[in-house]
Design a protein around this ligand. Structure first.
Ligand code: ZN
Length: 404
């Protein structure tokens, strides 16, 4: 009894210490955020410049090697920090247009450089070896597209290994056989949490390694690490963490790396109101990952168990950018008017280096089971049917004027 009690007390003390570290990382983020990146769109060449600058600051704390080259001969870097027994592999931007975590990795390197004498960083570097592939798909990043330059979705190439980029990831995994891995992605920013209607800012998954979605030691450890990450994030964005679909995907890397013996956590950066560049989500990635590195270094994540992860609600799709509620939509001919909700999503349009946002009507009718980041009250207002046709680009400012 006494022994159980002392284990519980120890777990509480460890969790309190971890929570304090996370809070400090969150509150002081602006003092260590990597200043060189302020937009989601950056190229491999720019990343290389940033890594060189960070190498200067980190000195012998970081080694940088070329793990291989992409189909278009861009070097794919592997960064190594720390000399501890627990190897942790992180790979980001396997999909070229999913750079949120890549920016967070730069913040993490900058933090380690600034705080190298702090007890937390010393613990992380003494107990873990961090292996980081910051941009696995540089050709896709150049085009800001999901797929590689050979047209392959790398996350469906874990078995055939047709792309050089996929072979590099498999090669690094096999060479180091890390205990823990983080598979870093972005998802549609309109995913929601369960039936709550709140936006999913980050979704997590301990991928299945078989169709039955069984648990073994490897997947259980992934769930413990995901639980530690959940607890960190819930300090700041409670109610905005969702669980990604855990159907086994035989061709995906997360699922296979879990099967090959590395405990994998998938981290999907989602959406946040008024954060199209995802800078707040970048901060959450940075704080979450740094905190969890420490939890891995102290092994406090084992005490966390799997429940904090198991109990988070599933990713759902019940969110639009704007919903206009109960507007009266009128037709120019004899058709009777209808009272309808109108859902509009914002889309980014690129023109050279500039981007603008426009609205598109994506749903129409009774949308009472959906939510809007913004909800406009259209009750008693009249809208011409031609100005809100399904799938059309619309004049948002004009519509706003009509509703006002
Ligand atoms: Zn992805």
């Amino acid at each position: 009894m006494l022994r159980i009690l002392s284990v519980l007390v120890l777990a509480m003390i460890l969790q309190t210490a971890e929570a304090q570290f996370s809070k400090r990382l969150y509150d002081t983020y602006d003092s260590y955020a990597f200043p060189g990146v302020s937009s989601r769109r950056f190229t491999h060449a720019e990343l290389m410049t940033h890594l060189a600058a960070l190498q200067q600051k980190l000195g012998p704390l970081m080694t940088m090697e070329q793990a291989g080259v992409s189909a278009e001969n861009r070097p794919i870097q592997l960064l190594t920090l720390g000399r501890g027994p627990v190897k942790v592999l992180l790979w980001s931007q396997m999909h070229g247009d999913e750079p949120t975590a890549t920016m967070a990795l730069l913040d993490i390197l900058h933090y380690i450089a600034q705080q190298k004498e702090s007890p937390e960083v010393r613990t992380i570097l003494a107990q873990t070896t961090l292996l980081i592939v910051p941009m696995l798909n540089p050709d896709g990043a150049q085009r800001f597209q999901r797929r590689t330059s050979q047209g392959i979705d790398m996350n469906r190439d874990a078995l055939r290994l047709q792309t050089p980029e996929a072979r590099i990831l498999k090669g690094v995994r096999d060479r180091f056989q890390p205990e823990i891995g983080f598979n870093l992605h972005d998802q549609d920013p309109r995913y929601t949490v369960g039936d709550q209607g709140t936006v999913a800012v980050i979704s997590l998954l301990a991928p299945a390694y078989n169709v039955e979605k069984s648990d073994n030691d490897v997947r259980t450890r992934a769930k413990q690490v995901a639980s530690a990450l959940t607890l960190v994030l819930e300090q700041f964005v409670k109610g905005h963490i969702a669980k990604y679909d855990d159907t086994f995907e035989p061709r995906a890397f997360g699922d296979n790396i879990q099967k090959w013996g590395t405990s994998v956590v998938l981290v999907e950066s989602g959406g946040w109101k008024d954060d199209p560049e995802k800078m707040y989500i970048r901060k959450l990635n940075c704080v979450g990952l740094l905190s969890v590195f420490h939890a891995i270094a102290t092994r406090s994540y084992v005490q966390t168990g799997t429940m904090p992860y198991e109990r988070i609600p599933m990713n759902t799709r019940t969110l639009y950018d704007i919903i206009i509620r109960n507007a009266t939509v009128v037709f120019p001919d004899g058709r009777a008017p209808v009272v309808a909700d109108i859902a509009v999503n914002r889309e980014e349009v690129r023109d050279g280096g500039n981007s603008t946002w426009r609205g598109r009507v994506v749903d129409f009718g009774d949308l009472s089971v959906f939510y809007g980041h913004e909800e406009w009250n259209g009750a008693g207002k009249t809208i011409e049917a031609a100005s809100v046709e399904l799938n059309d680009i619309i004049d948002l400012p004009l519509l706003r004027e009509t509703i006002r």
